[in-house]
Ligand binder design. Sequence first.
Ligand SMILES: CC(=O)SCCNC(=O)CCNC(=O)[C@H](O)C(C)(C)COP(=O)(O)OP(=O)(O)OC[C@H]1O[C@@H](n2cnc3c(N)ncnc32)[C@H](O)[C@@H]1OP(=O)(O)O
Length: 419
Amino acid sequence: MSRPEPHIEVRPITEADIPDWSRALNTGFLRTPAATEAEIADRASYIDPTRTLGAFDAGRCVATFRSFAQELTTVGGTPVPADAISNVTVSPTHRRRGLLTRMMAHDLAAAKDRGDVVATLISAEYPIYGRYGFGPATWTAQWTVDVPRTGLDPRWPGPEDGGRIDIVDPADVRKIGPELHERLRRAQPGAVDRDERWWQTNTGLLHHGSSPWAEPFFAVYRSASGEVDGLVSYKADDHWGDAKQPLNTATVNWLIAATPAAERNLWRYLCSIDWITTVKSGWRGPDDLLPFYLPDPRAARLTTLADWLWVRILDVVRALEARTYDGEGSLVLEVVDGGGPAGGRYRLEASADGASCTPTTDAAELVLDVADLARLWLGDESAVRLAALGLVREERAGAARVADALLRTSGRPWCPDIF
Ligand SMILES: CC(=O)SCCNC(=O)CCNC(=O)[C@H](O)C(C)(C)COP(=O)(O)OP(=O)(O)OC[C@H]1O[C@@H](n2cnc3c(N)ncnc32)[C@H](O)[C@@H]1OP(=O)(O)O
């Protein structure tokens, strides 16, 4: 039960607060508390203090919260402006006193005023953010591939389609990665943009963690016409069996591909590296094709299936009009948002030619919480399933099926990033 704590001040930080704020952040995330000079200088270079909140008790920072501008790709490829939330911590001494609630209210109000269509975050634990109107809009999966069981020919000499795979170094990745990622994320519902800092951090140019930077391997796939279509970052361990046989694991840090050929060839490559008997896929979309690139898909064991990107819809009209629809139809949605900005009744009229969403006084056909609308918005969840769970209510028989026919997509949304 949270209690009001008016003596604890929640406010945007100043540059002078960054060391104290960083210490609170590290404490909340159970990292070594002291922030290094390099970490503080780096943080000062990219945070927007007006969007970086702290809670201060007797002058000491006891909670942290940061947001930044992001683009989130909707169904059909149109990006919407998003308020990306990160670095949320409340020190163990101050938890469950309403500090997250106060920081969230501050940030979401500013996001709405700014005109952001949604807020986004990757939730540390499932139960935290539903109360603020967030719902899990995308899911993620990880596979572990038992390479000798795949049925793949171990003599594979490389791509048969005229493409090629090359090992590249971090500087190459910084050159070719951003453009490839732009192609991918503009076509992938649920994906978000990456800034230059992402590439610097993930290629070792920017590193100030407590452990030393360990350079991963990078491999690029180019198509027969020389186009950069895929890129993978992976690391390998050093593990040998008693009989002196190699039992090494390649763990993918990230793999991005703009074509199925690039994806297929990069997985094929990872499963062909001498000494590697296990490939761990890293975070993939829940309907990733990886198992089906293998002659024996059972060689890929699903090890994780979990919620990933949580979305809070701030503007229902713009969110529903931004995406495309394969089906054609009309539906009146009653969105419940407990005093939040998205509540109201809306008529969605959708067809392959476009969609309109307008506030209406017509009778509601489907009643749902704003958090459940987020689960449906990018096409991932089914309204019929949510109705079975008692989470959406049909005011007209069959309305959940109509919602599914309009909103669901042939591929599931996927956010390749963590932030
Ligand atoms: C986007 C990101 O950065 S995700 C990372 C989130 N951070 C972490 O997980 C780090 C460790 N945890 C923490 O720092 C804190 O516990 C936080 C940030 C999760 C919650 O902060 P608090 O200030 O304790 O939350 P607050 O007091 O505002 O809680 C509001 C309500 O949510 C509930 N709640 C908060 N956190 C949790 C949780 N982890 N599990 C279940 N319920 C929770 C509270 O019980 C409270 O419920 P009530 O209104 O019924 O009393």
